[in-house]
Design a protein around this ligand. Structure first.
Ligand SMILES: Cc1cc2nc3c(=O)[nH]c(=O)nc-3n(C[C@H](O)[C@H](O)[C@H](O)COP(=O)(O)OP(=O)(O)OC[C@H]3O[C@@H](n4cnc5c(N)ncnc54)[C@H](O)[C@@H]3O)c2cc1C
Length: 459
């Protein structure tokens, strides 16, 4: 297993990462190195080490028990990272599980050898204990148009050249979490492709330092714009616009090549694995809000009030629906090509509940905390000349110092750049609401409901 130090050293390579207009070394940059430190916590988390002395993240789930363990692993690591998801080996393994299933199906139908390539790649990353980002979401251009109808053909990543030793790809993927601080990037299609869109049906993996790859990191406003940050000072994940400017991929790392028929299936399978991951980390993230709301009620002296109970119940509901749907999805998997897929119905129900109700969680925290989380004097003023005066007037059921400590946390979660980021994440990350609804509706078993009503109508 790698150490944290070996991981960080590995990031000092030829990768091209840009932040606020400049090319940076991710391990040295004062803001971005927090994302590196967050990612490196993976290597400290001992519960991730399996009996075979490799990361449990790369254990292919074969049954319910394996999925339950995966849920506990993701929850546990998120708790270890202060309630912030650690994607480093989670999303990449989600993609590899989907690729294992799809590659077997393509090989059976087309006589190709993708299974060998995917299995070899899985063994390679497992042995080296690598971290993997997954770039699925294309930039997509005009959403009403298919890939080939776009004004610019690069709006979906595509194959531009086929060589004897591999392929060349061009395009850009949006919102790639932790790509700038990962060892490798796995790329899969974002949607189903038609026969005439073969060049867009492509999946592969490349090291993050590959020539032609450029990553533009989003501004980390939750840390740079917040001198009182508590969580973001220690843990956050970054996203990049990930540009593939004629990137070469050797054949051994190509996992889907022009098989347009299988692009949609691969995209959906990955989404199901990744949404199960999302339910699992969201239970832990909910603890941040539940804990902050509880402490805010104490420092405000309102812990026994009815409206506080109502607010707290909302947050408990959110957390426990995430847990219940994750566990149900693990308990009733679909088995395909000897891989256990989390039950798509429970997975999508949980994901859609999260999409619809996370803003309630934020509202509940704001309600309990009070308007002070938007209007509080700055950290600099608290530490400056007027500090004592401010603390005198900011007391609640406890003194001003203790109350402002708790309110700082409530402000970061409920009234800051981090809040805006999380509100967006909880709607879009792991796929849009529409994508989950389509998946849930398409796969839903209506037979009992229909049978019941039909038999009543006959009686
Ligand atoms: C914090 C965060 C982290 C993420 N991490 C990753 C990651 O690591 N890897 C990765 O690959 N992706 C990642 N994503 C991307 C995520 O999966 C997408 O945001 C999501 O799939 C929505 O895509 P989009 O952002 O392009 O939005 P859009 O597709 O632009 O959606 C905007 C609206 O347009 C609608 N729409 C889009 N297309 C159509 C259409 N054809 N017809 C009708 N309506 C349409 C949508 O339903 C939605 O209402 C992340 C996103 C966030 C916010």
């Amino acid at each position: 297993m790698r150490t944290k130090e070996e991981f960080v050293k590995g990031l000092r390579d030829r990768r091209k990462v840009f932040y606020r207009g400049g090319l940076i070394d991710v391990t040295e940059h004062p803001v971005i190195k927090v994302a590196v430190s967050h990612a490196s916590k993976l290597f400290e988390y001992r519960e991730r080490v399996g009996e075979d002395n490799s990361s449990k993240f790369f254990r292919v789930p074969r049954d319910s028990q394996d999925l339950m363990e995966r849920h506990r692993l993701i929850y546990g690591l998120t708790m270890y990272c202060n309630g912030i998801f650690n994607i480093s080996q989670a999303i990449g393994s989600d993609a590899l599980f989907a690729l294992l299933i799809t590659s077997r199906k393509v090989d059976k139908e087309r006589g190709t050898d993708y299974t060998r390539r995917v299995e070899n790649y899985l063994a390679y990353v497992k042995e080296r204990d690598l971290t993997l980002a997954t770039a699925q979401t294309d930039v997509k251009g005009d959403r009403s148009k298919r890939p080939k109808e776009q004004e610019d053909p690069d709006m979906y990543l595509r194959i531009t050249e086929v060589r004897s030793d591999g392929i060349v790809v061009k395009g850009a993927k949006a919102h790639t979490t932790q790509a700038a601080v990962s060892d490798e990037i796995v790329v899969i299609p974002t949607r189903a492709m038609r026969d005439n869109e073969k060049e867009y049906a492509v999946a592969f993996a490349v090291p993050a330092e590959t020539e032609g790859l450029r990553m533009y990191v989003r501004p980390i406003d939750e840390l740079e714009g917040n001198s009182s940050a508590v969580v973001s000072r220690q843990d956050y994940e970054l996203e990049t616009l990930t540009v593939f400017d004629n990137v070469f991929v050797p054949w051994d790392r190509v996992f889907l090549f022009q098989e347009s028929k299988f692009a949609g299936q691969l995209a959906t399978l990955f989404a199901t694995f990744h949404r199960f991951t999302a339910l699992s980390y969201r239970v832990a993230t909910a603890n941040l809000f539940l804990g902050a709301a509880r402490l805010a009620s104490y420092v405000n002296g309102i812990q026994n009030e009815k409206q506080v109970r109502d607010d707290m119940v909302d947050i408990i509901m959110y957390k426990e629906v995430m847990r219940a749907t994750a566990l149900s999805a693990a308990l009733s998997p679909l088995i395909d090509e000897s891989v256990a897929i989390p039950n798509p119905t429970f997975t999508n129900v949980g994901k859609l509940y999260s999409n619809a109700h996370f803003h309630d969680v934020v509202r509940d925290l704001i309600d309990i905390s009070g308007g002070i989380i938007a209007t509080m004097p700055s950290e600099e003023d608290l530490k400056g000349e007027g500090g004592e005066e401010i603390l005198k007037y900011l007391r609640g059921a406890v003194d001003g110092k203790e109350r402002t400590q708790v309110l700082k946390m409530a402000k970061e979660l409920g009234s800051s750049h981090l809040t805006g980021y999380l509100l967006t994440l909880m709607v879009h990350a792991e796929g849009s609401m529409e994508a989950s609804k389509i998946e849930l509706y398409r796969g839903y078993d209506f037979s009992d409901s229909e049978k019941l009503v039909r038999s009543l109508l006959k009686s």
